[in-house]
Design a protein around this ligand. Sequence first.
Ligand SMILES: [Ca+2]
Length: 264
Amino acid sequence: MRSMIYLFVVALLIVSSALTTHAANVQDEGLILYFSFDEAKGGNLVDGTGGGNDGEIVDGAKIVKDEVKYGNGAMLFAKPGDSVTVDSFKELEDYTDNSYLFWLNFTDPNSGGWDQIIAKKAPGSDRSPGIWTCNRVPLHIHYRFNPGNAGSHCVGPGGEGETFDENEWYHIAGIKEGTDFLFYINGKEEDKQTVPKDHAQGEEKLYIGRTGYNAAKFYIDDLYVYDRALDEKEITKVMDGELLPVEPEDKVATTWGQLKRNRD
Ligand SMILES: [Ca+2]
């Protein structure tokens, strides 16, 4: 009888663990959009916050399994036309303070043009924020807000004028708080600029890859968009994957191990 109950409890734990993991979203105060890039469903990226603001794979960009930072997939932007868009929604249109955090791995030197990584557009503006490479071959990031085209010019690890290497993952965090723009790379503040407190905003899409500009060439993983400014500690937490749900296999293995120990 005792082993019957034991088996029943184990079965129950496995089933409930699988169910809760399936439903687990990534949630945090002010987190309005999250993409794991682990899979595409019917040509869409599922909004991992549970908010339903899925991304549409418009052209080219692919989920890949060979170069991944977290989970079991990332997304590759390999061609100038590769593009993902997210339709406008209230929180995306309304924010002033905001934070964009993501892992980025450039696959190639830059084309020499202003190539797009991410853009949240607004009526009459393409930088709320707009994130590009710089118009030169070495790899930098150009991170801007309107009006006034303000923000970081050509930043890399180490600051303005420094360059990113190819084939290496970097954690990027752009934080706008009031009139401050803070640019973090791998959890370290590398640049600080003054930007308009009330930057251009309104109903327009969020883009990854091509806009009116060609897409830069990169892998991206684990994208978080907040409608508030994160502090340094929170940036590190996101970078370290601490908001991610526990993997189902780990959970079952852990539960099983604990049960076995309790029984022995
Ligand atoms: Ca992933």
